[in-house]
Write a protein that binds this ligand. Structure first.
Ligand code: HEC
Length: 113
């Protein structure tokens, strides 16, 4: 390698590293924010019926949410939002896509029994 080749090699790698740092800096807070949002939403909107750790059968009817995976929670919330039939569906119907994702991740992280 000539000096010029070495310099341009180093520059390219510095640029890549800088790009990677920018990507990390942008995505990490977004993920942290989603986790906080999921926790806050769950506590304020869902915990009364489903239990703080997803341990209750809501109104004696649902499965404990801590036994469900993220996919099931996401699909349930999206389906109820599209066709709300009950009081509890109407509570779910106001959720945005982002809130659904945050809740699905939060609920799936509950320790299952
Ligand atoms: C007023 C009480 C109430 C609130 C508040 C409530 N739910 Fe429910 N939820 C229920 C009941 C009752 C059922 C079972 C009957 C049904 O499926 O609608 C249920 C069912 C579910 C199911 C499907 C469970 C299963 O057995 O398949 C999920 C997932 C769910 N709720 C998530 C949530 C989330 C997330 C929130 C907060 C945004 C929430 N619920 C708020 C009462 C509630």
């Amino acid at each position: 390698m000539t000096q010029t080749q070495i310099t341009s090699f180093a520059h390219r790698h510095v640029a890549l590293l800088a790009a990677a740092i920018v990507v990390l800096a942008l995505t990490a807070p977004a993920q942290a924010q989603d986790a906080t949002e999921g926790a806050r939403l769950y506590r304020d909107t869902c915990a009364d019926c489903h239990g703080r750790q997803g341990e209750d059968k809501a109104l004696g009817q649902s499965r404990p949410l801590r036994t469900l995976d993220a996919e099931t929670v996401r699909e349930t919330l999206i389906a109820r939002r599209a066709d709300p039939r009950s009081m509890q569906d109407r509570i779910k119907a106001g959720l945005t896509d982002r809130e659904v994702e945050a809740l699905a991740a939060y609920v799936a992280a509950f320790p299952s029994p």
